[in-house]
Design a protein around this ligand. Structure first.
Ligand SMILES: Nc1nc2c(ncn2[C@@H]2O[C@H](COP(=O)(O)OP(=O)(O)OP(=O)(O)O)[C@@H](O)[C@H]2O)c(=O)[nH]1
Ligand SMILES: [Mg+2]
Length: 441
């Protein structure tokens, strides 16, 4: 018992260490270009000969290297923290010192597009996704490109840190806010998107100026929020904003006080994502929707993605009790609820009164593929099933008749279990969309 627990702890520690190692290098996930957004695959542009017809097929093409694996396997909560603001306002520097990430920092124009990295917190068992955005208002970018980046940011972030280096609410900040404003109606809000906190971090502030600056910002931002229902803080951040001042970054207070205060806000931030896979799907879908300028509801796309996955995997689920492998040497991918990643149980079979036979349903080919010889596959399958039964109930001259009827029942149980699992897999993935015509069909 003790050694099992020790074994488990060692495996957990090794798992965490590997995750940390894999996430040391941030990955670029999107770029802004030609008044649009470019979706990337493993940090590179998708080659022009690879075609896609809509946002869903583009989202299916996108990959984020090891981050896909880490996010897909994370079953706990996720918090998404992002950094925005003018060029060289210390956005990447702040995220690095807040989370221990390794985003590029430089005196000149540095971050291009959107970069992602991940850290975990042992304190609250949450996975932190950090999104680092390029500087707003640079000569290389058009207003439309800045606007699309800000829509992506606001849609996904649980906390957006808006970095402001020069004290006062100046023309640059006003034009950044008006750029955010111009994107407010592009993507529809829903229960998960546009729910973050807009955290204005005013940098390089001396203690003597703190109160004056906070008051100045409140006086200028409050009218923006109360002017009408159509303002970016209300529409993109659910009306939530906070103003914080930060000590100059070359003073100890920056690290011991300002960053600590921010870390506390981060810990208290609401998370909208129950696991990594839900977040990853939304991240890819939203980048893809912005890239192809598809402004239809994200929720309807989520439904379409689930329907598409269920449809693509249905035959394999029926034939083999698992999802279709994406490459030939991939191990069996279990039937799971796509939102929670919880597996549809693969139960042992009950024979006779209470005898259990451990015979995995996942990966068991009950319907041979068209390419394989049907008669030999069925013969192999029958032999396999017969052996399983014989191992538990040996076939003897004395019980030959009852043994054969038991084999018949066992065969039906194998088939019934498959149908049952596939039906439960479909229901677990579609129960939230009951009444939706596309799902019903
Ligand atoms: N004055 C001041 N400088 C800072 C602060 N934080 C970082 N810096 C410096 O500002 C420079 C730019 O930092 P980055 O973190 O690369 O800035 P950025 O906003 O990510 O820059 P881009 O990605 O190019 O838009 C670096 O030389 C940092 O050392 C700060 O709070 N105040
Ligand atoms: Mg940067």
């Amino acid at each position: 018992m003790v050694s099992d627990a020790a074994d488990y702890n060692t495996k957990m520690r090794i798992g965490m260490w590997i995750r940390k190692l894999l996430c040391l290098v941030p990955i670029q996930i999107a770029r802004a270009e030609n008044n649009g957004m470019v979706a990337l695959k493993d940090g590179l542009q998708i080659p022009s000969h690879v075609s896609y017809v809509d946002s869903i097929s583009l989202a299916n093409l996108m990959r984020f290297g090891f981050y896909d694996v880490v996010l897909n396997s994370w079953r706990g909560k996720i918090r998404v923290i992002s950094s925005m603001g003018k060029q060289s306002s210390g956005k990447s520097y702040l995220l690095n010192h807040l989370s221990g990430s390794h985003l590029d920092v430089s005196g000149g124009r540095c971050t291009d597009g959107v970069w992602m990295t991940i850290t975990t917190s042992e304190g609250d068992g949450c996975l932190y996704v950090l999104l680092d955005f390029e500087g707003l208002g640079s000569f290389e970018r058009s207003e439309q490109e800045d606007m699309l980046l800000s829509v992506l940011n606001a849609a996904l972030s649980n906390l957006t840190i808006f970095n402001k280096k020069d004290f006062h609410l100046d023309k640059d900040t006003e034009s950044a806010f008006s750029c955010f404003h111009s994107g407010i109606n592009l993507l529809e809000q829903d229960k998960k998107l546009f729910k973050g906190l807009f955290y204005i971090a005013i940098k390089d502030v001396d203690e003597s100026d703190v109160l004056d600056l906070i008051q100045e910002f409140h006086e200028k931002i409050s009218p923006i929020c109360s002017k009408s229902q159509e303002n970016f803080i209300l529409k993109m951040y659910d009306g939530k904003f906070e103003i914080a001042v930060m000590a100059p970054y070359n003073r100890a207070e920056y690290y011991h006080e300002s960053l600590r205060e921010l870390a506390q806000t981060v810990y208290e931030t609401d998370s909208c994502y129950d696991n990594g896979s839900i977040f990853l799907k939304d991240l890819k879908l939203i980048i893809a929707q912005i890239a192809v300028k598809d402004w239809s509801s994200v929720d309807s796309k989520r439904v379409a993605i689930i329907v598409d996955i269920v449809r693509r995997n249905l035959m394999c689920a029926i034939n083999m009790g698992c999802l279709s492998p994406t490459n030939s040497d991939e191990e069996v991918q279990e039937l799971v609820s796509l939102d929670t990643q919880v597996e549809v149980p693969d139960m042992p079979l009950v024979v006779g009164e209470s005898m259990l036979i451990n015979f995995r349903d996942s990966g068991l080919t009950l319907v041979p593929s068209k390419e394989s010889s049907t008669s030999s596959s069925i013969r192999d399958l029958l032999a396999q099933i017969r052996l399983k039964l014989e191992a538990v109930v040996p076939r003897k001259g004395s019980n030959i008749d009852s043994w054969h009827s038991m084999l018949e029942r066992f065969l039906s149980a194998v088939a019934e279990r498959r149908l049952n699992r596939v039906q439960r897999w479909i229901s677990s993935n579609t129960m939230d969309f009951c009444g939706n015509d596309e799902v019903e069909s």
